[in-house]
Ligand binder design. Sequence first.
Ligand SMILES: [Ca+2]
Ligand SMILES: [Ca+2]
Ligand SMILES: [Ca+2]
Length: 287
Amino acid sequence: MSLALSDSAASAARTIADFNFPTPPLAKPAEQTPFVRGEGDAHTVDPNDIKQDGYGSCAVLSTLHTIARQDPSVIQDMIQDNGDGTYTVTFQERVEVLGVETPFWKDVEVTVSGPFDGGAANPGDVGAGGAEVWPAIIEAAYAQQYKAGDTQYSTGVLPGDVMEAVLGAGADTVGAGSIDAAGMSAKLADGEAVVAWTPPFEDANGNPLMTPAQTALINEYGIAGGHAYAVSEIIPAGTSYVDASGTSIVAAEDIVVLDNPWGSSDVMMPYSDYQTVYGHVSSAPTD
Ligand SMILES: [Ca+2]
Ligand SMILES: [Ca+2]
Ligand SMILES: [Ca+2]
């Protein structure tokens, strides 16, 4: 090898082999681990572990949010740490016989490799074992299996499809106007996973698609368009609660709590207003 590093006479004979390059310090990747029980976690898998980042995976992460609230063991049981930086995620798919769906479900295993960084869901808690990445593991596995490897979710998915793949149970999807506050309360009390989502608020050219009345609510409550939220709670009229500004007030009407998979910008609003702005809602039993 005779690659000259300099054209000066003195160094012309020196080749790259003469230099003893120090090893550059490698950026040490943060250790990652599926699960960490953090402060404030009711269970190791807690809805507060979910922090959507740059990928368009709101349907996956809001579905995981509602399941983490209703039955966190489902999520803990679906991830196996293979100990070599890979993780195997078990989804459920309907058994079909001769092209016809049966009421039965089968396990489908999907293996993905870490680390999960960039636009992947951010870590939840950090513990001695590393940073908690169960949301990013399932986010990656779902994309690999059901989005032909579109790992960044450049196109979205439907919450009902994610529910079925995680829970192995049929999901119902209806208009937000079809379930009243009492019906929603009953679903949540029954342990159902529930996700509601908004239509796009603008068309591709930035023209508004919502009425002025809807836009006023969107601005008042800080709601994102084309976005999925976990439906977490119904606060019945007459009950006192702490609103988004931290003030304790008595609900004048039924209030719905919609948790944002970003891990921030959650929404609390009157149920009737929710029905005006949100488009659809999917639900499925967790047991
Ligand atoms: Ca946790
Ligand atoms: Ca946590
Ligand atoms: Ca990230």
